[in-house]
Design a protein around this ligand. Structure first.
Ligand SMILES: [Zn+2]
Length: 134
């Protein structure tokens, strides 16, 4: 990826990361749908050590299927979802790809929770399915 910077709608939160994401995954779960207000979220999995943020997010503690915590970080001013951290995956941060300054290099390889995918959305070319995390 050439672009590794992003931020929220109002600009209060900015971030950058080094190294490419471990994986880029589209998530169709109902929680991502509600939190984003969109039909899915595009999640970049990064090592926490590679992620640097300026500005302080608010946090909503959500629960995944496993009952473990999913900490959803968002801008308290404009509401943009920025990152999630998942109790079951310590050391990783999930960045919402829609907040990147430029996401043309993002190539999702996986879709999860496709049983909740909007019916009119075509599947990704060459996609594979995986269990959701959390
Ligand atoms: Zn904001």
């Amino acid at each position: 990826m050439t672009s590794r910077t992003g931020g929220c709608l109002c600009g209060a939160i900015r971030y950058e990361f080094k190294n490419d994401p471990t994986v880029a995954a589209i998530c169709h779960c109902t929680h991502c749908q509600r939190q984003s207000g969109g039909l899915f979220s595009t999640n970049l999995m990064l090592a926490e050590a590679d992620y640097v943020q300026t500005g302080e997010t608010k946090v909503y503690t959500d629960r995944g299927d496993s009952g473990k915590a999913v900490w959803r970080h968002f801008c308290g001013t404009c509401g943009s979802p920025i990152t999630s951290r998942v109790e079951s995956m310590p050391g990783f941060v999930i960045v919402k790809a829609g907040t990147l300054d430029d996401f043309k290099d993002v190539k999702p390889a996986v879709e999860v929770y496709t049983d909740h995918a909007a019916q009119f959305l075509p599947p990704l070319a060459g996609r594979r399915f995986a269990q959701g995390t959390g």
